[in-house]
Design a protein around this ligand. Structure first.
Ligand code: FNR
Length: 367
C-alpha cells in the first residue's frame, strides 16, 4: 500500500512489532484522555487563509538556538529505538541529517552519544534525565558535549513515571539483547523485569524525584550548552524557567505519557508564549501529525515543533527510509499549507491566519 500520510505508519508498526514493544511506543497514561486530546485539539483550530499572494517561492528555513535548519519540524527524544529497528537511533540520526533538521537523542537511547555522533554530521540535541547519582549526570553531559551535541533538553515532567497500563500488563522491560547504551559502563544500562512496568521500577530506583529549579541552575555550572526545559505547560513555570536561565521552552506533556488530563499541548501553547514575552523561543510537541498542525503551532507562537511517535512507527516499518519519508511528508504538507494560506516565509505566519474556539468572534452578530 502506498503511504500518503504519517499516521499510516502506526498500523504497519502494530502489525510488525511484538505487542510489548508496540504498546510501549503507542501508549499514554491511564485513561489516555490527553493522548486523544493532543490530536483532537488541532481539529478545533481553523484557518483564515489569505489569497492572491505570489506563493511561487516558499522559504521554510529557520534558526533554532543559532543553528540554521531546513524547516521548523524536528525530532523529539524517544527512548529505545532499537526495539523498533536494528539500526534504531543511527537510522533516525541519518534521516534527520539528510532532511537538514535536528534530532534529539534520548538519555535512554539504545545507542550511545558517541555512536550517534559517529553516524556523520548533523545538528543534535541531547535529552537529559537527571539520575540520583549526580556524577552519572555530569559525566553524561560532558560526553554529549564532547560528542558535539548542541543543546540539552532537560525533561522536567518525570519525577516518577506516568502509569501506562499496557506496560504494567505486559510487564514491559528492555529486551535482553539491548541496553540503555549511555549507561552501559555505569551498571545502569539494564532494566530488571518487575511485577510492574520494568521502566517504572527503573525510574523509581534511579531518577531523582527531588529535582527542582535549583538543579536547572546547577546544570548550567557543569555545561556551557544551552538548556531547553522540556515539559512546561503553564505561564507560571514559563516565568520560572526563564528566571532559572533556560534558553528555550518545550511545551510538552510527554506525548500524554505522564499526567493524564493535562490539556493538549496546542491548547497550552498560547499561555506559555504570552508568558515568555519573546525572551526565549517556545517549541511544542504532542500530536503533531500533519503540515497543517505545524502551521497552527507556529501561528499560535511556536518557533518550531518536534515529532515523537511517527519516528518510532516509521522506523519499525521501513527503518531510515521510513523516517526520511515521515520528514518529507510533513515538510511537503507544511509547504502546501503555507502556500494555500498565503505565507511565503515563517515570519509571515501570524495569529490572524488561524482562529480558535476561544477567540472572540471577530464580527459581532447584529442583535
Ligand atoms: C517519549 N518521550 C520521551 N521524552 C523524553 O524526554 N525522554 C524520553 O526518553 C522519551 N521517550 C519516549 C518514548 C516514546 C516511545 C514516546 C512515544 C515518547 C516523549 C517525546 O519526547 C515527546 O514529548 C512526545 O512523543 C511527543 O508526542 P507525539 O509526537 O509522540 O504525539
Amino acid at each position: 500500500m502506498e503511504i500518503t500520510n504519517v499516521e499510516e505508519y502506526q498500523e504497519i508498526a502494530k502489525q510488525k512489532l511484538p505487542k510489548m514493544v508496540y504498546d510501549y511506543y503507542a501508549s499514554g497514561a491511564e485513561d489516555q484522555w490527553t493522548l486523544q486530546e493532543n490530536r483532537n485539539a488541532f481539529t478545533r483550530i481553523l484557518f483564515r487563509p489569505r489569497i492572491l499572494i505570489d506563493v511561487s517561492k516558499i522559504d521554510m528555513t529557520t534558526t533554532v538556538l543559532g543553528f540554521k535548519i531546513s524547516m521548523p519540524i524536528m525530532i523529539a527524544p524517544s527512548a529505545m529505538q532499537k526495539m523498533a529497528h536494528p539500526e534504531g537511533e543511527y537510522a533516525t540520526a541519518r534521516a534527520a541529517a539528510a532532511a537538514g533538521t535536528i534530532m534529539t537523542l534520548s538519555s535512554w537511547a539504545t545507542s550511545s552519544v558517541e555512536e550517534v555522533a559517529s553516524t556523520g554530521p548533523g545538528i543534535r540535541f541531547f535529552q537529559l534525565y537527571v539520575y540520583k547519582d549526580r556524577n552519572v549526570v555530569a559525566q553524561l553531559v560532558r560526553r554529549a558535549e564532547k560528542a558535539g551535541f548542541k543543546a540539552i533538553a532537560l525533561t522536567v515532567d518525570t519525577p516518577r513515571l506516568g502509569r501506562r497500563e499496557a506496560d504494567i500488563k505486559n510487564r514491559f522491560t528492555l529486551p535482553p539483547y539491548l541496553t540503555l547504551k549511555n549507561f552501559e559502563g555505569l551498571d545502569l544500562g539494564k532494566m530488571d523485569k518487575a511485577d510492574d512496568s520494568g521502566l517504572a521500577s527503573y525510574v523509581a530506583g534511579q531518577i531523582d524525584r527531588t529535582l527542582s529549579w535549583q538543579d536547572v541552575k546547577w546544570l548550567q555550572t557543569i555545561t556551557s550548552l544551552p538548556i531547553l526545559v522540556k515539559g512546561v505547560i503553564t505561564a507560571e513555570d514559563t516565568r520560572l524557567a526563564i528566571q532559572a536561565g533556560s534558553a528555550g521552552i518545550i511545551v510538552s506533556n510527554h506525548g500524554a505519557r505522564q499526567l493524564d488530563y493535562v490539556p493538549a499541548t496546542i491548547m497550552a501553547l498560547e499561555e506559555v508564549v504570552k508568558a515568555a514575552q519573546g525572551r526565549v523561543p517556545v517549541f511544542l510537541d504532542g500530536g503533531v501529525r500533519r503540515g497543517t498542525d505545524v502551521f497552527k503551532a507556529l501561528a499560535l507562537g511556536a518557533s518550531g515543533i518536534f515529532i515523537g511517535r511517527p519516528v518510532v512507527f516509521s522506523l519499525a516499518a521501513e527503518g531510515e527510509l521510513g523516517v526520511r519519508k515521515v520528514l518529507q511528508m510533513m515538510r511537503d504538507e507544511f509547504e502546501l499549507t503555507m502556500a494555500l494560506s498565503g505565507c511565503r516565509s515563517l515570519k509571515e505566519i501570524t495569529r490572524d491566519h488561524v482562529f480558535t474556539e476561544w477567540d472572540r468572534p471577530r464580527v459581532l452578530p447584529r442583535l
